[in-house]
Design a protein around this ligand. Structure first.
Ligand SMILES: *[C@@H]1O[C@H](CO)[C@@H](O)[C@H](O)[C@H]1NC(C)=O
Length: 224
């Protein structure tokens, strides 16, 4: 009997833990508009909050995602991000929004968001997108998950994984997306290592990437 009970307990805990744990915090109140003036701040949960009595509809409102940004030269893409720094009402809500415009063959280079999963939908154009993840059958290898997306197609980039988006069409492309963080963070592969300030010791980069030091200097020049 006791053994039976023990078995049930062990199995139950095993099942529960195999579901994993969620770590995105839930808000402690209906909303928490980020306060710019600490004298009017009351609760603390993420950024300090404005007194709810002083919150207005404009704290939850942003315009401008009806127009394209100018794609950056070189990359041919432009990101219009509505996160906590732009929309104070997002504070503690664990969500943000993005519009990306691509010139023909424009690229969002490989990058990660350390605190957010990103889901996108294509409104215009044709994109080659993907993310990289450790190969579960061989953890020393990396697997790529790529897809060609057309208008109306949806793709999700899991939190923290390196991903990219490339416009493979000779027309402009438009993507909208959402991230489950008010401040998902951004680490761009390449500039992350070659564009640091101050620069990393060149031995580190030349050994890591099997490059001669001249090439390391060249890449550091490119990304800094
Ligand atoms: C975009 O939206 C803004 C704000 O609502 C408006 O002022 C502007 O005229 C719009 N632009 C276009 C091109 O629709």
């Amino acid at each position: 009997m006791a053994f039976c009970l023990l078995t049930i307990i062990v199995v139950t805990f095993g099942l529960l833990s195999s579901f994993g744990s969620s770590f995105d915090p839930n808000p402690f109140q209906d909303f928490c508009v980020a306060a710019t003036d600490s004298n009017t701040a009351v609760f603390v949960n993420g950024k300090i909050c404005k007194d709810p009595k002083l919150a207005t509809a404009d704290d939850f409102f942003v315009t401008g995602l009806n127009v394209s940004g100018n794609p950056l030269p070189g990359l041919g893409s432009f990101v219009n991000l509505v996160d906590i720094n732009r929309l104070a009402g997002l504070n503690t809500l664990g969500i943000s929004l993005i519009r990306i415009d691509f010139a023909p063959y424009g690229l969002i280079p490989p990058h990660t968001h350390p605190r957010g999963t990103e889901i996108i939908v294509v409104l215009e154009g044709t994109l080659y997108v993907g993310f990289l993840a450790p190969d579960t059958s061989n953890p020393l290898k990396t697997k790529s998950f790529t897809k060609i997306l057309n208008k109306g197609d949806v793709f999700v980039f899991p939190q923290g994984l390196i991903h990219f988006q490339y416009n493979i069409g000779d027309t402009n492309a438009i993507v909208f997306g959402a991230l489950n963080s008010q401040n998902a963070g951004l680490i761009v592969v390449g500039s992350e290592l070659f564009g640091t300030n101050p620069p990393l010791v060149d031995d580190v980069l030349s050994k890591a990437f099997q490059l001669d030091k001249k090439m390391v200097k060249q890449l550091q020049g490119l990304f800094s």
